[in-house]
Ligand binder design. Sequence first.
Ligand code: SAM
Ligand code: SF4
Length: 351
Amino acid sequence: MTAVPVAIRSRPPVAQASAPGSPLVDGFGRVHRDLRISLTDRCSLRCTYCMPEQGNEWLARESILTIDEIERVARVAAAAGITTFRLTGGEPLLRRDIVDVVRRLSVIESPDGPVSIAMTTNGIRLPEVLPALVDAGLQRLNISVDTIQRERFAALTRRDRLDDVLEGIAAAAASGLRPLKLNAVAMRDVNDDELVDLVAFAVEHGAQMRFIEQMPLDAGHTWDRTRMVTRDEILEALRTRWELTPVPGRGGAPAERWTLDGGPHTVGVIASVTAPFCGDCDRMRLTADGQLRNCLFSTTEYDLVPIMRGGEDDAAIDAMLRSCVGGKLAGHAIDDPSFLQPARGMNAIGG
Ligand code: SAM
Ligand code: SF4
């Protein structure tokens, strides 16, 4: 298991916001280019590692940002150097105006050129809306599928909807959007005997499989470090079938990648817990209810709602983006005894 780098445990220098007109740079020199926009906290599934089965306290409808508000934040963020918007949730396809959201965001320009629009989805509803999304400017898709066994899927997501997800993946494969990525959280005694099958399934669909180490972000706060399937265990399982060769040039990407038997197909692992990549993080988040977050694990949020609904101008949004980035810590410190799981579950943060 990889030790957590010392830098991850350190605290930042006094939070310092970058100057208006300059890139969104934090106290450790990391330039922020990627804004994850959560469109809703609601979902058609109830994955055990993300949401409780019942008793969700949904965000109040009136607190959810409107399409105009989302577009406004996105424009200010792009002017400050954000070049990628990733739409997520909850399940982003549950948002009724999803095609319009994509259409409005896809025409935004950053100083570096047009922004790119990506989406992370459970795939349900894709057959219905994908052509319109592509027409509106969607460029990349990540679809989450933790198992391709029907009963297992129903137990894990508490909904018997594997067939809908598989239809969504087939639609994405046929759409020509590439790279197409499939995400699975690797879980002990749940799907850790299926990792090879999932990679083979992805290859058949012209997609790249990516395994995610489970993180302490479940609404039920049941995560247990000792039960987690680690990056090294994932690689060991895959090496029983393929020769894995590291792909260089990861940059700020969360996934480390390996070719399968020399390529061209690859597999990725997102080892947020055992091999954190915080040192290269260029991501920030906007929750569906208008809170900016500088990290999945942050316990601090920067509230844009009073600014947007209180009649303030775009300079105030820009200043809030800069405060948020300026207040970012060196790393998430999951392994630190002082680590506190954020109050929101993953569905309400935006994965
Ligand atoms: N509903 C969409 C989906 O499932 O793709 C988008 C939102 S979901 C929160 C985004 C990603 O977060 C999914 O790939 C999901 O597997 C991942 N995720 C959720 N909870 C997680 C956890 N506790 N640890 C690791 N990944 C998690
Ligand atoms: Fe829904 Fe995605 Fe969370 Fe599963 S991981 S419950 S699909 S938001």
